[in-house]
Ligand binder design. Sequence first.
Ligand code: KG4
Ligand code: ZN
Length: 336
Amino acid sequence: MGDVLLAIESSCDDTGAAVFVDGELRSNVVQSQMVHQKYGGVVPEVASREHLKAIVPVVTEALSKAELRAQDVNAVACTRGPGLLGALMVGYSFAKSFAASQGIPLINVDHMRAHILAHLIEEPKPNFPFLCLTVSGGHTQLVIVRDAFTFECIGQTLDDAAGEAFDKTGKMLGLPYPAGPAIDRLAKDGRPVFNFAKAKVDAFDFSFSGFKTSVLYFLRDKRSADPDFIQTHLSDLCASIQTNIVSVLMERLKEAAQHHGITEIAVAGGVSANSELRNQLSVLASQNGWNSYVPKIAFCTDNAAMIGITGYIDWKEGHQSTFDMAPDPRLTYATH
Ligand code: KG4
Ligand code: ZN
């Protein structure tokens, strides 16, 4: 049967389970929590309770899709963080109990490293070293990936993450949480006719708080003259917000790639599902002679397949975690 690894992800509002056999993905199940929409953002305690409901059915479905049973599993990988502690604890406790009861190894996986190593799930895979722009709801990082264990973070956000910038400005437009996918959809019928602030920060860092405030004030002023402004200009507003965020990300990515002389370029995380970001990346790639890599949408947003591939690599390297949520001592994000 080969080496069977079960992977679990529960860091935020998606409960995920995946099964790998000899390093090949056999199943990948995700249950997203829709309950948070009515609150306009993820409510941590609600997230933990939803994970509790979903964890057993999601794992059962992943095993059944892989046509395997619990006793066939030889190792368990699970997200240790970063994420919401209560949410992480559900997946982690499940994984720990599963591993302990079967007498098999448990492998702790860093969620951000897993977003990047999602590129190793299937072909085409980037060659090392590659530069990865990781853009999610909680993080925005530019990382030089020297190999599967050596990550150098050369830039990050000083305040809001790119996904947060989408979600919070989308909320100002009255869009449900998470607003990123809705902005992407609505922007297709609009034009980027409105200009918002673009922060200039040092090195390869990012800042979105000034942009967010400029959208807020712009909408306040426009609505005081015309209360229907948002409804009548929704597509153009979405296109303008999207263009602003994506252009900031792409400018920094280009500067970093040129500075470090890297032409293998990858994007990762939920925001890399954005269609404008994908278009801009392919334009930049052809202009700059890059090989660019964008994961399948299912591997961009939170999923257990990325936890599985990372756990599999660590497992095969002989790395096994203790039964606590301690950070992986070999994982260092060197910042400057
Ligand atoms: O990686 P992810 O699923 O979860 C975190 O680890 O945060 O990222 C979620 C983020 C949310 O902010 C969501 O609005 C954003 O990814 N997102 C998008 C799109 N799809 C998801 N943002 C812009 N365009 C999209 N198509
Ligand atoms: Zn994530």
